[in-house]
Each structure stands twice: as structure tokens, then as C-alpha cells.
Design a protein around this ligand. Structure first.
Ligand SMILES: [Zn+2]
Ligand SMILES: [Zn+2]
Length: 279
């Protein structure tokens, strides 16, 4: 049995294929899949898909990249960009989704300083004002995690210092054993932080070709590791779309790196994911 802890069935790439893709995943033993949201519409879609399938769960939240939408809206209305009115509406909708029984986590949420080649926002720029808003939106979503006793899926890209800053300010004991650095960058400080705060580390298909990650994953104790595909992205074959049936390939690779059996990787990472999402 395998658990794909991060798969975007809620993205357009799966609009027509989701039922077949789930079937293919189940055939190779991937019978637990979590779909994270990245904004309000994809969070709603994650819940709708999870509702229809056994073993499929949803997370809801606003991804730091899509905080740009809020940022642009607030800017256009020339409001103070940190004024609660600017971020209220989306966060209220996220909060409402938390009462659904298939919603086990808030995610993916975090900080992202990456300059994307492809984005739907033509004027996308990483400015300090925008990052401050990302941090504010992240804080508010972490508050929701604590308030509703959910798990936390963190997205961090090239923004470790900002991430630590927010986590240090908002950390709550309840988040221990219930948080994950999804698609974790190969970074010793992230690993140390995760160890200190009893967090999990998500490993993806890029482990098959990304040398630094291979070295990094060797250092991550198996008890901290969860598997994820980040489908439709990060295919182990660099082919789009990736899908959860590729989870066993990631497990095989991890098993080789750690010198243990695939069964052991499957068993422990699935157990870890169940602890992470409290299911
Ligand atoms: Zn992510
Ligand atoms: Zn993702």
C-alpha cells in the first residue's frame, strides 16, 4: 500500500482523465491520495473529487504564487495591501471548506520567491511588498490549522529565511507531527528545522535525476519521509503529465538509496502519511 501525499487531480491536466488515473494508481497499490488546493477554485475542486472516491482526501489553501491574485486586486483598489479586507474573502471561503469531512489539511501554503517562466499573471514580480503579503496570508492559514485541528502542507521555494520567520512566530505544539515540507529543497537547515519541530519531508519523482536530492534524502530518517508525485508535475521521466501510479518508482529509488526493501519504504511512508494527516 502506498500513499501519494501530494497530487493535483484538481488541475486541468486531469479534467478528462481523473477516474482512469485513479484506477491505474490503485492497480499498483497507490490507494491513498491527497489533493492539495492552490486557490479557492482548486480547493473546491479538490473537495469535490475527494467526495467521490474512497481513499482520496483534500487539502484547501492559497498557494503563495496565487497570493499574487489577491495582491493585484488589493493594489488595483489602492487599499492598504495588508488590510484584512484584502485577504478576507478568499480566506473565509477556505475556512468554510474546512468543515468538510474529507478535508484533512490546509495546503499547499507557504512562501515562494521563484521567478516562474510560465505563469498566468503577466506582470508577475517578486517584490518585498508581495512577499510580506505572502507571509501574512501564510500566518492566517496557519492560525486556521491550529483553530480547526488540521494538518499543514508547506510549500517553500527559494524562501527558507521567510519561511522560518513565519513558522517561528506562529509555531504551535499542535503542528508537531502534523506538518510537512512538501517537495523539500535539499537543504540541511530545512532538515534540522523539520527534526526540531517533528515535521515530515516530502520526496518526489525528481529524486531519480536530481543528484543533490539523492544525497539529501539519504540523510532524512525514514520516520520523517512521505512520498508524493506532485502530479501533473515532476515526473520521474520528465514527461507531462506525471501521475500517482509512479509512486512505487519513487519508493524503489528511496529503497535503493537507503539500502532497504521497497516494502519497508511503502509501509513506513504510508504510516507516516497517516500520522501526518491523522487518518
Ligand atoms: Zn508546491
Ligand atoms: Zn503542489
Amino acid at each position: 500500500m502506498f500513499f501519494d501525499t501530494h497530487c493535483h487531480f484538481n488541475f486541468e491536466a486531469f479534467d478528462k482523465t481523473v477516474d482512469d488515473v485513479i484506477e491505474r494508481a490503485k492497480k499498483v497499490g497507490v490507494d491513498h491520495i491527497l489533493i492539495p488546493g492552490t486557490d479557492v477554485p482548486t480547493s473546491k475542486k479538490a473537495v469535490q473529487i475527494a467526495e467521490k472516491h474512497k481513499g482520496i482526501y483534500a487539502a484547501v489553501g492559497i498557494h503563495p504564487h496565487h497570493v499574487f491574485e489577491i495582491y493585484s486586486k488589493v493594489k488595483a483598489q489602492s487599499q492598504n495591501f495588508l488590510a484584512p479586507v484584502g485577504i478576507h474573502s478568499d480566506l473565509n471561503q477556505i475556512e468554510q471548506l474546512l468543515s468538510h469531512p474529507k478535508v484533512v489539511a490546509i495546503g499547499e501554503v507557504g512562501i515562494d520567491r521563484h521567478i516562474y517562466q510560465k505563469t498566468k499573471y503577466p506582470d508577475y514580480k517578486i517584490g518585498e511588498e508581495f512577499v510580506r503579503l505572502q507571509k501574512e496570508v501564510l500566518k492566517k492559514q496557519i492560525d486556521l490549522v491550529v483553530k480547526y485541528d488540521k494538518s499543514l502542507i508547506l510549500h517553500n521555494r527559494e524562501a527558507k529565511a521567510d519561511m522560518f520567520d513565519v513558522l517561528n512566530k506562529t509555531w504551535n505544539k499542535k503542528l508537531e507531527g502534523r506538518s510537512v515540507f512538501h517537495c523539500c529543497e535539499p537543504d540541511h537547515e530545512l532538515l534540522e528545522f523539520a527534526k526540531d519541530h517533528k515535521m515530515f519531508i516530502g520526496v518526489d519523482g525528481d529524486i531519480t535525476y536530481y543528484k543533490e536530492k539523492q544525497q539529501f534524502i539519504k540523510l532524512v530518517p525514514l520516520e520523517m519521509l512521505v512520498l508524493e508525485t506532485d502530479s501533473p508535475y515532476l515526473s520521474p521521466f520528465k514527461k507531462f503529465p506525471n501521475e500517482p501510479k509512479n509512486i512505487p518508482l519513487i519508493a524503489e529509488f528511496v529503497a535503493k538509496l537507503k539500502g532497504i526493501s521497497v516494502d519497508e519504504v511503502a509501509e513506513i511512508t504510508t504510516e507516516n502519511a497517516q500520522i501526518l494527516f491523522k487518518i
